[in-house]
Design a binder for this molecule. Structure first.
Ligand code: NAP
Ligand code: HSE
Length: 444
């Protein structure tokens, strides 16, 4: 197997994409050359830094002549053995990745959208060409979760992955809950701090966390899944009142990504979830991520750390780069091929997933209303655990057609998503209810 460590002299590398993460990587490479040389066993020489706009100012002083807007310079350079691919998005990013592999380079990437959408094609191409792709930085920023799954947990059948995988949304929720920031202000700050994607919609609508969950699931369960195979909901539809009611009930709200085996089938979803206060997940704040992994041999394990931002992500990229230089990444990448022969798990139909639920209704303030709601829930095997309805002077819940509406919050006992959806369909026809009906799962 040809590897990037075939000789012991200086090893030329390129960074394609010198934005938030690329700048952080370049800074460490240029400011800590002795450390990097010791760990990589040879000097790593940054030979090209590719951007799309040469006029932008860069927050790092690069050696003369290496900045370019022509990726072909890297592709045509046979001396450059490793390319760090830090271009976001799909179309151009895919073309660049394929061209880098075809030109004989091993590739380190942080682009989870690309791996989620085109991973099978790119990994197959790399295998076919005898090249490797390393992607520690694609999931959970500075937490070494890819190495943990692909190396440290190799003797286990993973049974459950549950985590906070998006730093931007965790930061926004923390700012809203702890510092009473508005959603818009918190999002703006996350963008300024370099946590958010170029298109922050992908963060707040749950797509970024779901893309990371796809990568982890494929690694942990050897099962090909696509983004649309499981439900995802972001925090963009969350109302401040839900965060407040959750707090009143003793919970905080976190965007949780879950993938677990239930009777040998795979349950997956991404959703804002009520998490009991003072439990480890509830204490993960700001841009931190956390992942709880369970394996059939090891039992339960827990990892947390900075999940987004320039230097935590650069830390993961550098680890992959050093692994590439010493040949570890190639070994791991080739070994993962063996795992592909393992049996796939089938997806558990979403309707059969089970949880406790937080439900918020806007109900007409009239006689028999609670009884009507309880009747629908009861007929769908949904048992009520607790209820909040605050007395409020009219028209506290708003008025429509001269009627007065108030919020009603119900916590249920464990039931299935199918039961909740079926009840929701009945509620949608209720003239005495005003949309939206909010339903959020409650973590175990
Ligand atoms: P970014 O700040 O938008 O940087 C992207 C870089 O790519 C820019 O330097 C841009 O050039 C360059 N670029 C864009 N199109 C190009 C093209 N066709 N050819 C060559 N260069 C091109 O993004 P980022 O935050 O560093 O993220 C990079 C990747 O890492 C993304 O896939 C992201 O999802 C992932 N990631 C980011 C973080 C984070 O916290 N930021 C964490 C984990 C993973 P210009 O500078 O000239 O515009
Ligand atoms: N936008 C991503 C996040 C970057 O906020 O988690 C890290 O992958």
């Amino acid at each position: 197997m040809p590897t990037s460590q075939s000789t012991s002299g200086p090893l030329s590398i390129a960074i394609v994409g010198m934005g938030t993460v690329g700048t952080g990587v370049a800074r460490v490479l240029l400011q800590q050359p002795e450390r990097i040389t010791r760990r990589a066993g040879r000097p790593l020489v940054l030979r090209h830094a590719v951007v799309s706009d040469l006029k932008k100012t860069r927050d790092v002083e690069l050696p003369a002549g290496i900045l370019t807007d022509d990726v072909q310079r890297v592709i045509n350079d046979r001396e450059t053995k490793i390319a760090i691919h830090l271009v976001g998005g799909l179309g151009a990013a895919r073309e660049i990745m394929l061209a880098l592999l075809e030109s004989g380079k091993d590739v380190v990437t942080a682009n989870k959208a690309l791996l989620c959408e085109h991973g099978p094609e790119l990994f197959a191409k790399a295998h076919q060409l005898g090249r490797s792709i390393a992607f520690e930085a694609a999931v959970a920023g500075g937490i070494p979760i890819i190495a943990t799954l692909s190396q440290s947990m190799a003797g286990n059948q993973i049974t459950s992955i549950s985590g906070i995988l998006n730093g931007t949304t965790n930061f926004i929720l923390s700012e809203m809950i702890q510092r009473q920031q508005t959603y818009a202000d918190a999002l703006r700050l996350a963008q300024e701090l370099g946590y958010a994607e170029a298109d922050p919609t992908l963060d707040v609508d749950g797509t970024d966390a779901a893309q990371k969950l796809v990568i982890l699931t494929q690694l942990a369960f050897g099962t090909k899944v696509a983004l649309n195979d499981f439900p995802r909901q972001g925090i963009d539809t969350l109302d401040l009142s839900d965060i407040r009611y959750a707090a009143e009930l003793g919970y905080t709200v976190k965007l949780l990504a879950i993938s677990k085996l239930v009777e040998n089938q795979l349950e997956m979803h991404v959703s804002p979830t009520l998490v009991k206060k003072q439990t480890p997940l509830a204490e993960v704040n700001g841009s931190f991520n956390a992942v709880a992994l369970s394996g059939d041999v090891v039992g339960d394990t827990w990892y947390s750390g900075r999940g987004a931002g320039q230097m935590p992500t650069a830390s993961a990229v550098l680890a992959d780069l050093i692994d590439m230089a010493v040949g570890r990444a190639q070994l791991t990448f080739q070994q993962l091929e063996l795992w592909r022969t393992e049996p796939n798990f089938r997806m558990l139909p979403t309707s059969q997933t089970s949880s406790r639920y937080y439900l918020r209704f806007n109900i007409e303030d009239r006689p028999h209303m609670l009884a009507d709601i309880a009747d629908v829930l009861g007929r769908h095997q949904i048992s009520i655990a607790s209820v909040i309805q605050h007395e409020a002077p009219e028209p506290a819940g708003g008025t429509a057609g001269g009627k007065s509406f108030v919020p009603l919050v119900i916590m249920t006992h464990r039931t299935t998503a199918g039961n909740v959806d079926a009840a929701g369909k009945e509620f949608a026809k209720f003239p005495s209810l005003r949309a939206p009906l909010v339903q959020l799962p409650v973590a175990n």
